[in-house]
Design a protein around this ligand. Structure first.
Ligand code: WTA
Length: 644
């Protein structure tokens, strides 16, 4: 079964696109008609990009969980909302129907209420990929608390910074999380993060790994006990209910921290109605989702991809969404293919880094796996190279499944540029055309639009001219930061930080970040953040971090480091620095290469010439361009010779 706003042909796409640009308010209002509102809006859109102020569906009242759960119960109550595949394939799969999801979310909402959580309070969620993570997210939304999910790979220090920034008073975590062979002691990391913290009042701990944990009286409680108690409150005579908090369209739904070009991660804020509409509309149309299909997004809910295309997009559409706890290579490199075969998955949405890493195992792990249920493949998080695209097409999709290359960002909430599966043409390596409601524009350094001469492909910095419903509203606690980061580089434009090409047919190809943000295995990390972490090590004087092409991760981290003192053994010093970065940010930010240098190439005004370092890291040592403006040109030769 399809949806009333489903786009079924290229002509329909063109019509929808045209309408969305010429009459954006009418266009989005006609999509919004198909959702559940407690009160309709007064005005569809009110905006300016100078402050910025962006309000969608102002005056409307709703609760997103009514749209993700309650409204489906009559027809889909016994259908699976979530299928959970554990880390260890021997463990029991959990199938969560919409009825069951409703009950669990009501229980979580009641549990949060019992623990003093109110509308607008910030709840930090630091859990592994268990169904309870989805219940926690939705339970927050049900009572109007703002969730801030932190990916399980971040360190205590990173959590501590985020807790402080969000002034969070509540945490939901697990004793531990399974990841392949490893067990990550999440609660213990939280305990470290809370040393010196004054705002957190309550921690709810779900038992997953039976890792020993310290539970402090008066502060820490067990999820299981609290949920049992809440169950008695929400279930009366077999009827489950928990009245959802009625939210304004523009009330914040969540905060999600992401890296920018400065040292400190930003708390991207998304609000209720626009986020819901945009994730739902993009999910249904880009993947060409039909009710009854099984959708498997391999991301972690700790990242925006998991928020939008495991939880809110699919559930608001009444879809069946697969949640996977493990990693693609455990217990072997056939894990994804086993899951697809076992659950007869129709849509697979994953990242190029996963495809490249699986390519490395050859096609043997795919043998004897029945992938005939697959209908659509998706890619997200970084540019997909042609080799990976063709491997995905040939060996996974067996040349029968369209591949959607979806470009978007934490700040955009959902997909902005992508082909539509089976509806609009694909072009390997190209994200292709914008979603309805999205108006991309390429500009030069001065903000002037780059215009093609006849049939020419053009290049520029990728901006968007007008708001779509999922656009970032603010950065938590610091609106000015939102303005300067996204809306001040070019007047009246949202600047993505990415560079792009546009061909004569209007297709876009994303070429990568043009700012100091790295994309490591599809995860964003700021170079300044990594430098700050390295510089915290006792013997480090200064460092400069750049990206370089990495066969699997897409980009690797190359650090040039000046030390005042080190062990006689360079390797040991490198390990010390890696430990420091792991402590300060998390293992995901560990440099792949560390080169000790005597100095860094700087201009006379003291600015590091990253362009030169980037070239050296990339191995392009012959053609470094003009080095005459450097304070000490000799340093370049020395760095070149010491390259690793
Ligand atoms: C990059 C992830 C090329 C881009 C959803 C963007 C992509 C950053 C693509 C956002 C794609 C994402 N092709 N590059 N299909 N998708 N990117 O916030 O550089 O974790 O700015 O959101 O990933 O990363 P984020």
């Amino acid at each position: 079964m399809s949806y009333p706003y489903q786009i079924n042909s290229f002509e329909e796409y063109q019509q929808a696109y045209k309408k969305s640009i010429e009459q954006p308010e009418e266009f989005w209002a006609s999509v919004a008609e198909h959702f559940t509102w407690r009160k309709k809006w007064d005005k569809v859109l009110n905006w300016n990009f100078t402050e910025p102020t962006i309000e969608w569906f102002k005056g409307a009242k709703l609760n997103i969980t009514e749209n993700c759960i309650d409204r489906h119960l009559e027809k889909l109550g016994d259908k699976p909302a979530l299928i959970w595949e554990p880390n260890n394939p021997e463990e029991r799969v959990r199938i969560v129907t919409y009825n069951r999801l409703h009950k669990r979310v009501c229980q979580v909402a009641q549990m949060l209420k019992n623990n003093g959580v109110k509308k607008g309070d910030r709840v930090c969620i630091y859990m592994g990929m268990v169904p309870e993570l989805a219940y926690a997210v939705l339970g927050c939304a049900r009572i109007g608390a703002i969730h801030s999910v932190v990916f399980g790979g971040f360190s205590a220090q990173s959590i501590s910074d985020r807790l402080e920034d969000a002034k969070a008073e509540f945490i939901i975590t697990c004793d531990g999380a399974y990841r392949g062979e490893k067990t990550i002691p999440l609660k213990s990391v939280i305990d470290d993060a809370l040393i010196g913290n004054k705002t957190v009042k309550r921690i709810i701990v779900f038992t997953r790994t039976r890792t020993p944990v310290s539970m402090l009286k008066g502060r820490d409680v067990w999820w299981e006990d609290e949920m049992d108690y809440a169950e008695e409150q929400v279930e009366k005579n077999g009827v489950v209910s928990f009245e959802p908090e009625i939210m304004d369209a523009e009330d914040p739904l969540f905060i999600l921290y992401t890296s920018g070009s400065t040292g400190k991660p930003k708390g991207v804020v998304h609000t209720t109605a626009g986020y819901m509409l945009f994730t739902n509309y993009s999910f249904v149309n880009i993947f060409n989702y039909k009710q009854g299909q099984i959708h498997f997004c391999t991301a972690d809910i700790g990242w925006v991809t998991g928020h939008s295309y495991i939880v809110y997009g699919p559930l608001s559409a009444g879809a069946t969404s697969v949640m996977f706890e493990g990693i693609p290579t455990y217990p072997d490199a056939g894990r994804f293919w086993d899951i697809i075969d076992k659950h007869k998955i129709n849509i697979l949405y994953t990242a190029p880094t996963a495809i490249r890493s699986l390519m490395g195992f050859g096609t043997k792990p795919l043998e004897n796996k029945n992938l005939s249920s697959l209908q659509v493949l998706g890619s997200v998080g970084e540019p997909i190279n042609e080799e990976a695209w063709h491997w995905y097409d040939e060996h996974v999709g067996k040349k029968r499944c369209p591949i959607v290359d979806t470009w978007w960002q934490t700040e955009t909430a959902g997909i902005l540029i992508s082909n539509f599966a089976g509806i609009t043409p694909s072009k390997p390596g190209w994200a292709t055309l914008p979603m309805p409601g999205v108006q991309p524009i390429l500009v030069d350094e001065n903000g002037n639009e780059v215009l093609p001469k006849e049939n020419e492909t053009i290049a520029g910095n990728l901006c968007i001219k007008a708001p779509w419903p999922g656009i970032i509203r603010t950065t938590y606690g610091d609106h000015e930061r939102c303005r300067t980061n996204y809306f001040a580089t070019y007047q009246n434009l949202y600047f993505s930080g990415d560079g792009a090409l546009k061909d004569k047919d209007g297709n876009y190809r994303i070429t990568g970040r043009v700012d100091d943000v790295l994309n490591i295995s599809g995860h964003r990390i700021g170079t300044a953040e990594v430098e700050n972490a390295i510089n915290m090590h006792v013997g480090v004087v200064e460092s400069a971090v750049v990206g370089y092409p990495h066969a699997i991760k897409g980009q690797g981290i190359y650090a040039f480091v000046i030390v005042s003192s080190k062990h006689s053994d360079d390797e040991l010093t490198r390990k010390d620095i890696l430990q420091t970065v792991t402590r300060v940010i998390g293992a995901i930010a560990k440099p792949d290469k560390i080169q000790f240098v005597a100095g860094l190439p700087k201009t006379r005004s003291g600015k590091i010439m990253r362009r030169i370092l980037r070239k050296i890291a990339e191995g392009e040592v012959e053609n470094l361009g003009d080095t005459t403006t450097l304070l000490d040109p000799n340093i370049v030769d020395e760095i070149k010779n010491g390259r690793i």
